[in-house]
Design a binder for this molecule. Structure first.
Ligand SMILES: NC(=O)c1ccc[n+]([C@@H]2O[C@H](COP(=O)([O-])OP(=O)(O)OC[C@H]3O[C@@H](n4cnc5c(N)ncnc54)[C@H](O)[C@@H]3O)[C@@H](O)[C@H]2O)c1
Length: 253
């Protein structure tokens, strides 16, 4: 066990999912207290089965709702005290469709989680944050490129960069650093669902397609993303704010 986040109080949204849970595990191994936020209680309880109960808390919340966001931040503060790290990571994908067919409700639902969710997380956490803390927002390689039909997700992932940049400037006087992390395709359920959709729409093997456009020639792992999140969350990156950290095997190049 290391100590890069010793006694640091961390909030992880999407904490029952692949990247959120991998980051939470690493934060805990580095000495942190962690509040896992997700919308599904059962998934949260499953995720927490082998985590140290004295250093975790679970909060059921829809990150796109203001009252839920205020409540999970309040629960985190009540349990552990002021917040040091916010990992704003909850996400959904939407569908892939030509612009003329793209469903408006799907577009709105995807912006609600990534954009409104990350905005609300910051809005309610920042007043309860210790100076010198860190905010990490999970964008994506999709925040750096366009692809036909991926309207909701790619728009949302670009928007998170704008949010991050405003926060980084506003919060710098308090030494709160704010950065986005940009994973490439990860070998997990979220990406497998994306690839299955691509396969249905085009007939291509989705996994092989992505491996073909990633210079390192493979998907990443949740643990690889977690290590980069730890870097941004900890003092290892003490002079880094307002930046976009690509962790994508070179896919954005
Ligand atoms: N998997 C990839 O290849 C990949 C690549 C780049 C970026 N990302 C991003 O990484 C983040 C985490 O994704 P993941 O791969 O761990 O997928 P995942 O589906 O395993 O985790 C996402 C989690 O977010 C939760 N969530 C969704 N909507 C929510 C809401 N309204 N309120 C609360 N929680 C909600 C889900 O319940 C789930 O547990 C997402 O923002 C995703 O866009 C993933």
């Amino acid at each position: 066990m290391g100590a890069l986040l010793e006694k640091k109080n961390c909030i992880v949204t999407g904490g029952a999912g692949s990247l959120g849970l991998a980051a939470a595990r690493l934060f805990l191994a580095e000495g942190a207290n962690v509040v896992l936020v997700d919308r599904d209680r059962h998934a949260l309880e499953q995720a927490a089965t082998d985590l140290p109960t004295e250093r975790i808390a679970l909060a059921v919340a829809d990150v796109s709702k203001a009252a839920d966001s205020e409540a999970y931040v309040a629960a985190a503060v009540e349990r552990f005290g002021l917040v040091d790290v916010l990992f704003s990571n909850a996400g959904n994908f939407g569908v892939v469709a030509p612009i003329g067919d793209y469903p408006e409700d799907v577009f709105d639902a995807v912006q609600a989680v990534h954009v409104r969710g990350a905005f609300l997380a910051a809005k309610y956490t920042v007043p309860k944050m210790r100076d010198g803390g860190s905010i990490v927002i999970t964008s994506s390689v999709a925040g750096m490129r366009g692809d036909p039909g991926v309207y909701a997700y790619i728009t949302a992932k670009h928007a998170q960069i704008g949010l991050m940049r405003c926060l980084a400037k506003e919060l710098a006087p308090r030494r709160i650093r704010v950065n986005t992390i940009h994973p490439g395709p990860i070998d997990n359920g979220f990406q497998h669902a994306v690839e299955a959709g691509l396969g249905r729409a085009t007939g291509v093997d989705g996994a092989a397609f992505f491996n073909g456009i990633i210079p390192l020639g493979r998907h990443g792992t949740a643990e690889e993303i977690a290590r980069s999140v730890l870097y941004l969350a900890s003092e290892q990156s003490s002079f880094t704010t307002g930046t976009t950290l690509m962790v994508d095997g070179g896919m954005n190049v």
